[in-house]
Design a protein around this ligand. Structure first.
Ligand code: MG
Length: 171
């Protein structure tokens, strides 16, 4: 029951992800959350550091797709300038958007990683799909009001996971 919320890997930020190690695992696709994973919640544009990171990701041959529960206006205006495919109103953790994303980048769940900052949407959804899952610490404390409540519950679950020895890291 609780295992669905356990990521395969936790890192502080996307910039700490070892791309070579992902390649060594046979990972070809990257499905990533947007808000508080790639940039601060609702930040309209990519930072120069993110643009550089995405270039590096593409040089490594990864196919990337943004999957966000935020609305289409926000998600598309962010993804288009970067030339990235995206899915908005994704309703994570439901399977639909994940399946759509895999089809868009021509990958399957076994060779794709899901990256995100929330265990109930990004990690639970990715795990349910059988994807490799990476949890990142949220970039900022600023969040949508609904998420602020979710964070409190998330905190409780993370403490429980730690007590049970299912995770050892601190966010
Ligand atoms: Mg997020």
């Amino acid at each position: 029951m609780l295992r669905q919320f356990v990521p395969d890997l936790f890192v502080k930020s996307i910039f700490d992800i070892d791309l070579q190690a992902l390649q060594a695992r046979g990972i070809k696709g990257i499905v990533t959350d947007l808000d508080n994973t790639l940039v601060e919640w609702n930040a309209p544009d990519a930072t120069p550091k993110l643009v550089q990171w995405l270039d590096r990701v593409r040089e490594h041959g990864f196919q990337v797709c943004i999957v966000s529960n935020n609305d289409a206006t926000r998600v598309e205006s962010f993804a288009k300038p970067l030339g990235l495919p995206c899915i908005a109103d994704a309703k994570k953790p439901r399977r639909g958007a994940f399946e759509q994303a895999l089809a868009m980048i021509g990958a399957n769940q076994h060779d794709t990683v899901m990256i995100g900052d929330q265990i109930f949407t990004d990690i639970a959804g990715g795990n349910r799909m059988g994807m490799f899952t990476i949890l990142v610490a949220p970039i900022s404390q600023e969040e949508w009001i609904g998420t602020r409540f979710t964070r409190k519950v998330e905190h409780v679950v993370l403490n429980l996971l730690r007590k049970k020895g299912l995770i050892t890291w601190q966010r």
